[in-house]
Write a protein that binds this ligand. Structure first.
Ligand SMILES: *Cc1c(COP(=O)(O)O)cnc(C)c1O
Length: 461
């Protein structure tokens, strides 16, 4: 077998391009063979597909580059829950833009590693500019906001709690206060960082009650950290940020906003006001692999001033020797807790440049409009009940006559039959079907198809 070619350098055109052709062909064929949003047959059906396509995943002799790509990429596509399919709408799992995926290919080919300048010269300089620009979207009135690139909301929330812990160093430990609607990663971060268990406030209305926040803070010493959510995972609800910011400010507490889902509303002049109050936060979590149409991973943690990130500074001679730093080589270690790190910024930079802020805003507006349209259709539907008007692009609904058990069973049946991927969420003591609309290409027909699937008896696809 010939030596495998390299992705980068002068070999790119000869080595990579034909392989990319094979990949594109296999993606298209796999999607066609799947024929729906998800393969039929549930876990057993998928296990059979995998065993048939890849009976030996560690062969002694290789099958060659094109065969391996054609077979396994086809398998992945044929067996995917494909967020680009109109009927795949369960999670905050977005269909990535082609332009972002193409940029990510370049990131893989060049393979800059963001832990030292001599591994990522242009990538680190580009990252500094893109993070500053995105931080300015969050904190438009401040002179030097900054942001870190993370693997997503989980890591961003962890970093936010770590920074709060470090700000409180020497004093009492930071007590986190959050709503029952907060993401599970807030609890885990407190556990990981050795902080007291968060105080979790009930959110019967789906959002944090500022009065309940104030009451909780009244009983707490020190400088608690309130975590509010702008776009809950379950329903997309946005906590009343101005009132919560007011309550935290009055008590001398700090506010972190988890805007993993809702953050990109900032791009849209029509939707941005929903995030008023965000600027009061000491840190803000954003995910562009949700409402930002990026391939995973594309997380951010924004802070009002770059100096807030100082606690993350760290020194290791092989990456940022002091004399190198003094001689002017940028020190990247304080930009993450990870060491080797992908240049996830490239796909972001390419997307922002290709679409512009207006182009991203248009996609945001579209999915919000689609959710409003879906909610209207549900309200008018005689057999369906809407939970509440959507705050962003998540719609909770259920067949009016169904019990919670029947609703859960319906969701599993649609998944097993490969007909639709819908999520589930509890709200107001009931179980709801969840449609998280992140596909800007959806048409009104698709919305009707989705609803019909939840009201009809099932027939073979
Ligand atoms: C998705 C989500 C997270 C976690 O983000 P990951 O990118 O999955 O790590 C955190 N908070 C909220 C509100 C989310 O919706």
């Amino acid at each position: 077998m010939p030596m495998p070619g390299l992705a980068g350098g002068r070999g790119t055109a000869e080595a990579l391009r034909p392989l990319v052709d094979t990949v594109c062909g296999a993606l298209a064929e796999g999607a066609r063979d799947r024929g729906g949003p998800v393969p039929r047959g549930g876990p057993e059906g998928v296990a059979r597909l995998v065993d048939q396509a890849a009976p030996d995943v560690l062969p002694l002799a290789g099958t060659g580059e094109h065969e391996a790509l054609a077979t396994l990429v086809h398998l992945m596509a044929a067996g995917a829950a494909d967020p680009a399919d109109a009927l795949c709408a369960a999670h905050l799992h977005c269909p990535p833009l082609a332009v972002a995926a193409a940029a990510d290919l370049a990131a893989s080919a060049l393979n800059p590693s963001m832990d030292s300048w001599d591994q990522a010269p242009a990538a680190s300089a580009l990252e500094a500019r893109v993070t500053a620009a995105l931080a300015t979207l969050v904190y438009p009135d401040l002179p030097a906001p900054d942001a870190l690139v993370t693997t997503g909301g989980t890591e961003s929330n962890q970093l936010a709690l770590l920074l709060a812990r470090e700000r409180a160093a020497g004093g009492p430990r930071v007590q986190v206060v959050c709503g029952a609607n907060a993401h599970h990663s807030v609890q885990r971060a407190a556990w990981l960082l050795g902080l007291p268990q968060p105080i979790v406030l009930d959110t019967p209305a789906g959002v944090l009650d500022p009065a309940a926040v104030a009451t909780a803070l009244d009983q707490l010493p020190g400088r608690p950290l309130v975590v509010a959510t702008a776009g809950t995972t379950d329903s997309g609800a946005i906590d009343p940020l101005p009132a919560i910011a007011h309550a935290t400010g009055r008590h001398g507490a700090e506010l972190h906003v988890d805007a993993a889902y809702g953050g990109p509303l900032l791009f849209s002049s029509r939707e941005a006001a929903k995030l008023d109050g965000l600027q009061s936060a000491v840190s803000v979590t954003l995910d562009l692999h949700k409402l930002g149409w990026q391939p995973v991973a594309a997380g951010l943690l924004a802070v009002p001033d770059g100096t807030a990130l100082r606690p993350l500074a760290h020194q290791a001679d092989y990456l940022n020797a002091t004399d190198d730093t003094e001689a002017g080589l940028p020190d990247l270690l304080g930009r993450s807790l990870r060491t080797t790190r992908r240049p996830d910024v490239l796909k972001l930079a390419v997307t922002l440049r290709a679409l512009g802020r207006e182009g991203v805003a248009d996609l945001v507006d579209r999915v919000c409009d689609l959710a409003a349209d879906l909610a209207d259709r549900i309200e008018r539907h005689p057999a369906l009940t809407l939970h509440a008007p959507p705050a962003i692009s998540t719609v909770l609904f259920r067949p009016t006559a169904a019990t919670d058990e029947e609703t859960a069973e319906l969701r599993r049946r649609l998944l097993h039959e490969g007909r639709a991927v819908l999520g589930r969420a509890r709200a107001g003591g009931r179980l709801w079907l969840k449609a998280t609309l992140l596909n800007p290409h959806l048409r009104p027909d698709d919305l009707d198809t989705l609803l019909n699937l939840t009201t009809e008896g099932t027939t073979a696809r």
